[in-house]
Structure formats: structure tokens, C-alpha cells
Design a protein around this ligand. Structure first.
Ligand SMILES: Cc1ncc(COP(=O)(O)O)c(C=O)c1O
Length: 408
């Protein structure tokens, strides 16, 4: 038996060998323990799912046998039309033919890897970036090159100096980035769109958090500025329910057929029933008011987290002030190892995600990602107080070493 396992193990293909299970999935196992205060998951609060609307839509969607039948690879036509309308305005019209429904937006990374990445192709990513994208794209063996970002998102000037013309792709998130919470400024979107038009760069604009803006303000997408150069990814996971696994890509016209072919090869099509449930839920305009409710709830929870951080964190800890989404990105004093901190935090029933896996290379170990989406405000305060006490203790141990360093 042991012999069979080890010889099968040796047959694992090169591209899968370095793949690890996502750090977040591993941590989520701990968060299911009783009384755990979890800032770890990127999942939405289940109370935001709008269950009555989903239930009614499910009944309507499951009427006919066709909801349980195979369907077209491109996706359910009324849903594709709805998505195209949502992304169209007087300046910019999206055709339903450029919309491909995917099994969560996560599937899009795999399809993009198949269509656009040869081994060793250069993929530009934000520093830091969404680790699920790194995990999925890494199966196509690219070389990741990180582009710096600040509180206004990816630094477009830095992109220019990196040499975008030699890259196969640029992957970025314009709104409330996972993990930093940053929103890319309008000016930078314009510069990045201009760079793409000038150099032929293809951009993956991954945008699952756009609707969760606390101020309700929508900044125009890069897709609307350079539709022939952008693959736009949308998702119903954060605004409806992630278990439905319905996301979508809007792709440049020249790539439409190729994406349909690889999607067909991958899974024939996404769940017929899930797509119809989504369509039945959103068709009469349910989302417009629903996302306002979710954003206002998350805003309250975010404020609770920011004021708890202000109250409890020792000097030397820095964080961003998000304008939407689900995440606060915390910089600890350098020298504190966030993985070691996590072990101690789990012991006092607080979970978070250490920052290192969000870096494509040269990981920094003194960052952590905190989600404010799933914990209630009073839990947030208690969890941050416990975390701050630990960080304080770590800082005190560190101080003599830091002081010695300064004397050198
Ligand atoms: C930035 C980002 N992109 C894509 C995804 C994948 O989402 P889904 O496959 O549920 O649409 C996530 C999930 O957390 C995410 O945070």
C-alpha cells in the first residue's frame, strides 16, 4: 500500500508539485471551533444572503425540467443580457456575446491561464495581491513580477518603469483590494488604461467588491476605458451568496471564442440551476437596494474595527482606512512574525490571515489581513483587544533587540 502511494506521488506533474493548499482554507478549519472570533475568512456574512428572496427565486427557477438539463457553455442568455446591461452606459456598451458565465470568478483565473499563459510568461501583480489568483495562475508556470501599490492602489508610474510591453498579463483589483482594502484612484485607472492601449498589455480587472462601497460612489472601471485590453471579472459571491458559485468574465471580442472553447473543455458549463436562481433573484432590481444594506452593515462593522484598533493597538502598528469591501491590512512592527502571532492568537480564540501568502515573491512577514465582515461589533472589540495584548507582548520582547540595532 505504502509503495503504491509513493509511486503515485512521484507521478504528480511538475506544474502541480509546488501547489499548496491556500493558507486561508487551512486557517478556516480552526475558525469553526467554538467561541473563536474570526477575522480570517474572506467570506460574506451569511445574514446578508437575503434568504427570502433567494428562496422565492429558487422556487421560480426550479419550475421546469430545463433548469436541471445541460445548457450552453456561454451561460444562461437572460443572465448574460442582464450582466451586459449592468455594465453598459451611454459611453460604453457591453455586448452579451462578450459575457461568459463562470463557476465563481475563481474559475476565470484557470481559463485565463489556459488561454493566455505559456510557461515563464511574465504576469504582473500588485504587491500584495489576492492569493487565490496566485494559486490558480501558478499552475501555468508564469514568472510573477510585483508592482508596488500604496493607499490609492497600484502605482501606475511604477508599472510604466517595469516594462509592461514584455508582460503577458497584469492582474489587479480596482476596488477594496483583497488584502489591503485599497481603491484604485480614477486618475491611475486612466493611466493604466492608456498604458494598456499603448503597449498591448492585457489586464485582468478582478472586481468582486465594487458594489460594497461605503460611500456608494462607483469609480469607472478600467474595462470601460479600454475594453479591448481588459478581461473584467465579476461575481455574485459577495453581493448575493458564494455557494451558488456564479461569476462572470467580460472578454475582448477577439478572445470570446477561445474562452468559450476552454470553458467547454473544462466543465461544459456552469450550473444551470444556480444561474437561473441568480437571474430570478436579480431580474427585477433586487440587488440595487440589497447591496446598500450590505455595504451599510459592513461599514458599521468596519467602523467598530477601526475604533477598536485606535483604542487598543500599541504604537508602531499601522493600518489602512478602507472605503468599502471587507478588509483591513495591518502592518506590525518589523520583526514580529505574523505566523508565530497567529499560533498565539488561535490559543486565545482569535483568527486572522498572516500576510506572507499574499506576496508573489519576497514575502513580508509582519503584515496581517483582518476581515470585518463576519464578526459582530462587540466581538470585534474583544478580538482586537486580545490581538493588541499579544502584539504588545511581542513588541516588548522585541524592543531590546531593536534598541541594540539602533546603537550599531
Ligand atoms: C479578489 C477576489 N477575486 C476572486 C475571488 C473568487 O470569488 P468567487 O469565485 O466566489 O467569485 C475572491 C474570493 O474571495 C476574491 O477575494
Amino acid at each position: 500500500m505504502a509503495h503504491t502511494l509513493s509511486s503515485a506521488g512521484r507521478r504528480i506533474a511538475q506544474r502541480a508539485r509546488s501547489l499548496n493548499s491556500s493558507a486561508i482554507r487551512e486557517i478556516l478549519k480552526f475558525t469553526e471551533r467554538p467561541h473563536m472570533i474570526s477575522f480570517a475568512g474572506g467570506m460574506p456574512l451569511s445574514a446578508t444572503f437575503g434568504l427570502p428572496a433567494l428562496r422565492e427565486a429558487s422556487v421560480r427557477a426550479s419550475h421546469g425540467a430545463e433548469s436541471f438539463q445541460y445548457s450552453t457553455t456561454e451561460g444562461y442568455a437572460p443572465l448574460r443580457e442582464w450582466i451586459a446591461r449592468e455594465h453598459s452606459d451611454s459611453q460604453h456598451r457591453v455586448s452579451p456575446s462578450s459575457v461568459l458565465v463562470t463557476s465563481g470568478s475563481q474559475q476565470a483565473f484557470d481559463l485565463i491561464g489556459k488561454v493566455l499563459l505559456d510557461p515563464h510568461a511574465t504576469v504582473l501583480v500588485e504587491r500584495p495581491t489576492y492569493l487565490g489568483a496566485l494559486q490558480s495562475l501558478s499552475l501555468y508556470e508564469p514568472e510573477f513580477v510585483s508592482v508596488p501599490m500604496d493607499e490609492h492602489g497600484l502605482v501606475s508610474k511604477a508599472l510604466e518603469s517595469i516594462g509592461p510591453e514584455r508582460a503577458a498579463l497584469l492582474y489587479l483589483q480596482p476596488n477594496f483590494q483583497n488584502p489591503t482594502g485599497a481603491r484604485l484612484s480614477f486618475q491611475r485607472r486612466r493611466s493604466i488604461a492608456e498604458i494598456a492601449r499603448r503597449t498591448g498589455l492585457i489586464i485582468i480587472e478582478d472586481d468582486p467588491y465594487a458594489a460594497l462601497a461605503f460611500d456608494g460612489r462607483q469609480v469607472p472601471s478600467i474595462h470601460s476605458m479600454a475594453p479591448d485590453h481588459v478581461i473584467y471579472l465579476g461575481s455574485f459571491s459577495k453581493v448575493l451568496a458564494p455557494g451558488l458559485r456564479v461569476g462572470y468574465m467580460i472578454v475582448p471580442r477577439v478572445l470570446e471564442q477561445k474562452f468559450v472553447q476552454v470553458k467547454q473543455a473544462a466543465d461544459l458549463h456552469s450550473s444551470t440551476l444556480s444561474q437561473r436562481i441568480v437571474y430570478e433573484t436579480v431580474r427585477e432590481g433586487f440587488l440595487a437596494s440589497h447591496v446598500l444594506r450590505i455595504a451599510s452593515l459592513y461599514r458599521e462593522q468596519c467602523e467598530a474595527m477601526l475604533s477598536a484598533l485606535d483604542r487598543h493597538m500599541p504604537p508602531g502598528v499601522r493600518w489602512n482606512v478602507p472605503e468599502g469591501g471587507m478588509f483591513v491590512w495591518l502592518a506590525l512592527p518589523e520583526g514580529i512574525d505574523s505566523e508565530a502571532l497567529l499560533k498565539d492568537a488561535l490559543a486565545v480564540k482569535v483568527a486572522f490571515v498572516p500576510g506572507a501568502p499574499f506576496f508573489a515573491r519576497d514575502s513580508l512577514h509582519h503584515y496581517i489581513r483582518l476581515s470585518f465582515a463576519t464578526a459582530a461589533p462587540e466581538q470585534i472589540d474583544l478580538g482586537i483587544e486580545r490581538l493588541a495584548a499579544l502584539i504588545n507582548a511581542y513588541s516588548r520582547v522585541l524592543t531590546p533587540y531593536l534598541a541594540t540595532d539602533l546603537h550599531r
